[in-house]
Design a protein around this ligand. Structure first.
Ligand SMILES: [Zn+2]
Length: 419
């Protein structure tokens, strides 16, 4: 079931001259900003956010976390600002497009007759940014006062790994000063009636295996070649891949986030047709769910290397080890507030491990509970895809969802250690 119809629009129910809901117009305006890699229009985004902060009458802080990478934070102070705060996080950047594959200009925010808005970022995640903003705007217009402080944070570089944004910022004194108790960040669309929420993420491991071997002339049966070892390594990883794929496909209750994915992404080696090379390398992208014992898993990789022959070594380009997950137990005050508020709006939630990576992993790594949630049901998952779109009605209902969630979370009673 969809949540209740959203309430009044910007400034209380006015409609633009062309009949479009002001929230939709604002969303489309934001979508037209080309905050696209490799050269996102950060200035455009900052100017936009400055204007919003002024309209909402909220102070805005800008912190240059790395050169040219600014994290902006609008703060709505609570009636008890000493309590832990609520973070509403979103990233301003979007991934590139293959324009020739799109039906419409990916930065025109074209709206078709069904109300589907086409643009890069409609799902990931400019929708959520505007939904947070419009929900706060309505709550303020109603004169609501919330107990806990609410921070709206806008980070610049989630789509290129977050290293110069959230990953660095969580270690910054300004981040600690925010005193965050609970965070909301991006999720994924759900094609059905339910809404998906994410309470953890898989750990990415990017590994290269070096297979040395005896060189020689291509006309002979040389023993102990790099290629033989490479073949063994590939077999071990690919056999494991098949097992995990089978496990996913034969179990009703598993989703992609619950299994380890393995993909061979690069192979290097060789100089000429008739020269047996002294080394061949193969690289894999592994995504490991938080339920896997990472030490045991690395031992397994070592075993595969040992079995494949002498002298094989490996190195990691990325090796994430943090397995913090956010509690979804009914006795957890944040989760029970989140889930009961959704339930009161007749929303069905599906809890999952996020199959890829978002900035939430950095928030969880410093011990802050975070839920990945983008309120989009009845919507195909099109993030990073051609013709990414979101229907305006789904978008508008999402504002109503946050209009209920934000005050509920900001009114979670003080914990004993907060008094
Ligand atoms: Zn995203």
């Amino acid at each position: 079931m969809l949540p209740d119809k959203d309430g009044p629009g910007v400034g209380g129910g006015q409609v633009c001259p062309d009949g479009e809901e002001p929230s939709v117009s604002l969303f489309r305006e934001y979508l037209r900003l080309r905050t696209v890699h490799p050269q996102p229009d950060y200035d455009g985004a900052l100017q936009f956010l400055d204007r919003i902060a002024e309209e909402l009458e909220l102070p805005m802080k800008k912190i240059e976390v790395c050169p040219g990478k600014i994290v902006s934070i609008m703060t709505w102070e609570g009636t008890n600002p000493n309590l832990k705060s609520i973070l509403l996080n979103s990233h301003t950047d979007v991934v590139p497009v293959y324009q020739e594959q799109w039906k419409y200009d990916a930065f025109s925010a074209f709206k078709d007759a069904e109300g589907n808005i086409y643009a890069r970022g409609t799902q990931d995640m400019k929708c959520v940014t505007i939904q947070y903003i419009q929900a706060v705007r309505r709550l303020k217009a109603e004169g609501r006062k919330l107990m806990r402080t609410v921070h709206l944070m806008f980070v610049p570089d989630e789509e290129v790994g977050g290293r110069e944004g959230m990953e660095t910022f969580v270690e910054h004194p300004e981040f600690q000063r925010l005193n965050i108790g609970f965070a909301l960040d991006e999720g994924l669309a759900n094609p059905g009636e339910a809404f998906t929420v994410f309470y953890g993420e898989r750990n990415p491991w990017w590994i290269t295996i070096h297979c040395p071997g005896s060189p020689g002339h291509g006309s002979r049966f040389v023993e102990n070649t790099a290629a033989e070892k490479l073949r063994q390594i590939i077999n071990s990883f690919m056999d494991f891949r098949e097992k995990e794929k089978h496990r996913l496909n034969t179990s009703e209750c598993l989703t992609l986030g619950d299994v380890t994915t393995v993909n061979m992404t690069m192979v290097k080696g060789g100089v000429a047709y008739n020269v047996i090379p002294a080394e061949m390398d193969v690289s894999f992208d592994l995504r490991i769910p938080p339920t896997v014992n990472l030490q045991e898993f690395e031992k397994q990789i070592q075993q595969w290397c040992k079995e494949a022959g002498e002298g094989i070594t490996y190195e990691f380009a990325q090796k994430h080890m943090n397995q913090n997950i956010t509690s979804t137990k009914e006795n957890d005050p944040w989760w029970s507030t989140f889930s009961s508020t959704c339930k009161a709006m007749n929303m069905t939630l599906e809890r999952e491990i996020f199959p890829a990576a978002t900035d939430s992993r950095f928030i969880r790594a410093v011990g802050i509970p975070a839920i990945g949630f983008s309120p989009m049901n009845r919507t195909p998952i099109l993030l990073h895809d051609h013709n990414e779109y979101l229907n305006e009605q789904v978008f508008l209902r999402g504002i109503g969802v946050y209009e209920r969630l934000i005050p509920a979370l900001a009114c979670v009673p003080a914990f004993p250690d907060e008094a």
